[in-house]
Design a protein around this ligand. Sequence first.
Ligand code: TYC
Length: 102
Amino acid sequence: PAFQEDHTTVMDRQSERVQPPKMYRVVLLNDDFTPMEFVVMVIQEYFHHDQERATRIMLQVHLEGKGVCGVYTKDVALTKVQQVVDRARESGHPLQCTMEEA
Ligand code: TYC
């Protein structure tokens, strides 16, 4: 669409309108060493799921290789990934956490 202003046509460009932010899935990846209880604790602590839901997500990762813990804006997703990886390394676990565009 376009509108007239002082004899000048100004295009109403989509890119000049407010856009919803891109969203990112924060995912955990399986490994053979990180204890299941540690993964459940991390999911509860950083993604605010209750123990039952955290256990389901952990088991999905364990059985299928990866699982989604939550969907966030880019800055929040990056912070979660950093917090989870830092917490795992502090405890000596190789747990991997990453993000992907939703
Ligand atoms: N596979 C791990 C085990 O058998 C458990 C595990 C689950 C590890 C989820 C990582 O993201 C993970 N101890």
